[in-house]
Each structure stands twice: as structure tokens, then as C-alpha cells.
Design a protein around this ligand. Structure first.
Ligand code: SF4
Ligand code: SF4
Length: 347
């Protein structure tokens, strides 16, 4: 398929490189190789996915024909972007990045920063002029911000969460994206690990011909299963449709869309980060999970004053206080077990 105005011809299924950081170098290389053997030609990664870029770089080093490579920076400063880009080129072992994305622009501050005429976009545009970057994309988790990003007409692609539970993009974003001839990349096609019915999840996404999906893959068998769905007829059977509706009903009552409409929390709790902690736990190395942003977020969530303001703002009417309390206890228990394991290894 054509990735919007980039004119890049990508496969409808790409490889999401985030989980590669959880596995060994050998295993990560096997995943990349299997994806390429299966005909996948689009790989997405990010500067902050620790070892992911490096493993991908090693997997493709000897290939004369490189896949289309997309990577991202979370930096909002010119210096930060320059440093991240240099590192990405080095780790991936390439002389240019096909699609360089400013990642997770999900609130008004980040939006203003990247659209600032003196902001980080200047560095990416300079890199494009120098041939280091071929196309410029952006990613967001917030619908309102994503719409602003599309309207700004500054980007070639947008990456946004899209799956049969978080499906607001179908009506609200895709038509705008199409009008601007931008490419659309579906992140979280399995809702960050919440959806395990691969057939239904991908049959849903494959009905959108202009969407490239990038499931995070950690074992070759996972991509093989999805490719089977891609090769078979995509039309959902009636029982599959009923099951999708059932899952929507069941998960829709507890699945945080990370839209951040519940903010600002009166005590500064990053609610959507806490809500995502369980999925992140499945995807990140334990050492990083228990010492990074999730640890900070849970520490803040402990201080929830139960004011309830956030619940009034959540469009899905989630019992946020109850959900946070449950996640805090789950996290504390998992951390305790992890620390015990560490201690027993030291003995
Ligand atoms: S109920 Fe807790 S999470 Fe919600 S706004 Fe109040 S302090 Fe923040
Ligand atoms: S709790 Fe509700 S408002 Fe807050 S991020 Fe999740 S879905 Fe959005």
C-alpha cells in the first residue's frame, strides 16, 4: 500500500520494534529475519526502545535491500533531536531514516513545542535537507492533539492507537488524514496486549485499506499467525463479529484509551500511565519497568485524595479511583516479588 504522500510502498503489516528490547540479541534478530522472509518491508522502532534499534541494525546489516525504516524521538528540543537522530542512524547502521517521527505529542505543551518555529521540527527539516531523513511523521495518543497535528499540515504521516476497542480514529481521524494525503500507522493493534484474539483484531484493521498496522512482535510465531490472517479473506464471519461485540462490551468498561481527558489530576497523578502499567509490564524488561516512569506514576497514585474530579471528566465514566487503587496493589505485589527474586539471586 501507498503510505500517503511519502509515496513509500509499505506492506499493510509492519513490525513494531518495541518488544525486541525484551529479548536477547539472537532472538530479536530471528524476529526481524522472519518478518522480512514473510515479505514485511516496514519496521518501526524508537530511540528510547533501548536495544531495539541496535538489534534491528544488526539484523539488516548484511542485506543489500533494506526494509523501510521508521524510528522516533521523544525529545522536544533541537539538541535532543539532533542527538537522538545521530544515535538512531548509528544503531540502525544506515545513512538515512525513511520516516523520522516526533513521538507521543499528546498534550497542548508538547504540541506548542513541536510547532514552534524555533522548535525541534527545525532540526528534523534540516536533517531532511541533508538527506538524513526522507519523510517526517508524528505520533500521538490524544485525539484532539492528533487532529491539530493533522491540520498543521507539517507531517507526512501520523501514528495513532487503533484497534477494535480504541476505534475512534476510524470516524474521527482517518477521513482528515486521507484529505491531507497523510500516511496512517496504527499503533497498539492489539491494544497494548489486551486483545488476544489475533484473527478478530487484524480482520478488523485489515478492512481499512490505507492503514499500516505495526504489532509489537517478540517471537517469530506471533508474526506468522498475523500473516495467516492477512493472507486469508478479511471479512469477519458472523460468530467473529458477535465475539468482537462481546469483547468490546467486556473490555470497553475497563480499557483506558489514554486520551487524558481526565487531567489535570488535583494531585498530579499521571492517570493514563498508571492505567497502562499492566500492559507495559508485559512489554518491558522488569528492571526498567520497576524503576522508570511507571514506578514514579504509581508512587504518585498512592496519594490519590479520592476527590473524584477525574471521573467527572472521563468520557468512558471509568471508576478511576477504584481502578487506581487496584493497580497500586497489583504493582506493589509484583514489585515485592521482583525484589525478592533479585535478593535470592544475590544470595
Ligand atoms: S480522584 Fe485521585 S486521581 Fe482523580 S483527580 Fe482526584 S486525586 Fe487525581
Ligand atoms: S481514564 Fe478515561 S479520561 Fe483518563 S485517559 Fe483513561 S479513558 Fe481517558
Amino acid at each position: 500500500m501507498r503510505l500517503g504522500k511519502t509515496e513509500l510502498m509499505v506492506t499493510r503489516l509492519g513490525l513494531g520494534g518495541l518488544p525486541l528490547q525484551r529479548v536477547s540479541e539472537e532472538e530479536a534478530i530471528a524476529v526481524v529475519n522472519r518478518c522480512l522472509e514473510l515479505g514485511i518491508n516496514f519496521i518501526d522502532t524508537a530511540n528510547f526502545y533501548t536495544t531495539s534499534e541496535e538489534y534491528i541494525g544488526k539484523a539488516i546489516a548484511k542485506r543489500a535491500e533494506k526494509p523501510i525504516l521508521a524510528t522516533k524521538t521523544t525529545s522536544c528540543t533541537q539538541e535532543g533531536v539532533a542527538e537522538h537522530l545521530k544515535l538512531s542512524l548509528k544503531r540502525l547502521g544506515v545513512n538515512h531514516i525513511d520516516l523520522y517521527q516526533l513521538h507521543s505529542i499528546s498534550d497542548a505543551d508538547a504540541l506548542n513545542q513541536i510547532l514552534d518555529p524555533e522548535g525541534p521540527l527545525v532540526t528534523v527539516l534540516e536533517a531532511k535537507k541533508a538527506g538524513l531523513v526522507k519523510h517526517i511523521g508524528v505520533s500521538s495518543h490524544s485525539m484532539d492533539i492528533a487532529k491539530e497535528l493533522v491540520k498543521s499540515n507539517r507531517f507526512d504521516t501520523i501514528m495513532f492507537p487503533f484497534n477494535f476497542i480504541t476505534c475512534e480514529a476510524a470516524d474521527e481521524l482517518l477521513p482528515m488524514v486521507k484529505e491531507q494525503d497523510m500516511g496512517f500507522i496504527a499503533m497498539k493493534p492489539l491494544a497494548g496486549g489486551m486483545l488476544d484474539n489475533i484473527t478478530i483484531a487484524f480482520k478488523y484493521l485489515f478492512q481499512f485499506p490505507d492503514v499500516v498496522s505495526i504489532p509489537g512482535i517478540e517471537k517469530p510465531g506471533e508474526i506468522e499467525e498475523i500473516v495467516q490472517v492477512l493472507k486469508a479473506p478479511h471479512l469477519m464471519t458472523e460468530p467473529e463479529r458477535r465475539e468482537m461485540q462481546r469483547l468490546r462490551k467486556e473490555l470497553g468498561t475497563q480499557f483506558c484509551r489514554r486520551c487524558d481527558y481526565c487531567q489535570p489530576c488535583t494531585t498530579g497523578i499521571p492517570i493514563s500511565i498508571v492505567m497502562y502499567a499492566r500492559s507495559a509490564y508485559k512489554r518491558l524488561p522488569a528492571g526498567r519497568f520497576f524503576s522508570g516512569i511507571y514506578d514514579d506514576a504509581i508512587e504518585k497514585a498512592v496519594n490519590c485524595t479520592q476527590c473524584g474530579d477525574c471521573e467527572e471528566r472521563c468520557p468512558y465514566h471509568f471508576p478511576i479511583r477504584e481502578m487506581l487503587a487496584e493497580l497500586v496493589s497489583w504493582y506493589q505485589e509484583e514489585k515485592r516479588k521482583y525484589q525478592e527474586q533479585l535478593a535470592s539471586k544475590r544470595v
